[in-house]
Design a protein around this ligand. Structure first.
Ligand code: MN3
Length: 205
């Protein structure tokens, strides 16, 4: 995708129905073509008037929004964050991939969380603890340790000075059509479509 303005919505690297039966086709279509598209369109619209910010990346826009004129701070932060978070979310989905991490990442998860099953439990608890809309993340922090973080709305974990490895979107639009209000069922299904190969690359590029 473009590193800066004008941003374009990167096409999914898989068909809309690729995550069936865990995440339904219609949800994937709406999520990518409407929700993510809207963040990108809004951001481009906003930046049209601000050539001085047009060379910034999504990460920079989300991070530096608070240094911008007060009347655009919230919109830049939400729309750049919304685009960044969604692109990241779609990039770590894959059906029929490995069921769990391997290699170095697997060892570090075992070491830091005692076992993969315990990591899964803690990550699920975090995803369920998000009140309202937001995300749960596995990140690498400044001390090179893995941790589980949650963010509200379209905040990004970049605010914590960490490197994101894996994310689940727990906004209702990510699961409502199939799982209704049962976020726990969605989180359970989502664990079947994690692209662990990509997460490993994010960990040790
Ligand atoms: Mn979403």
């Amino acid at each position: 995708m473009n590193e800066h303005y004008p941003f374009v919505n990167p096409p999914l690297s898989y068909p809309y129905d690729a995550m069936e039966p865990y995440i339904d086709t219609k949800t994937m279509e709406l999520h990518h073509d409407r929700y993510l598209q809207a963040y990108i369109d809004n951001l481009n619209q906003l930046l049209k008037e601000y050539p001085e910010y047009q060379n910034l990346s999504l990460e920079q826009l989300a991070l530096y929004a608070e240094c911008m004129p007060p009347h655009i701070q919230t919109s830049v932060r939400n729309n750049a964050g919304g685009a960044y978070n969604h692109i990241f979310y779609f990039s770590v989905l894959k059906n029929s991939g490995a069921a769990c991490p391997s290699g170095l990442l697997a060892s570090v998860i075992d070491w830091q969380f005692n076992s993969f099953d315990n990591f899964k439990k803690l990550f699920t608890d975090a995803a369920l603890s998000v009140f309202g809309s937001g995300y749960a993340w596995l990140v690498l922090d400044a001390e090179n340790k893995l941790s589980i973080r949650t963010t509200a709305n379209q905040d990004t974990p970049l605010f914590f000075n960490v490197q994101p490895l894996l994310v689940i979107d727990v906004w209702e639009h990510a699961y409502f059509l199939k799982h209704y209000n049962m976020r726990a069922d969605y989180v359970k299904d989502w664990f079947s479509v994690i692209n662990w190969e990509q997460v490993e690359k994010n960990y040790a590029p």
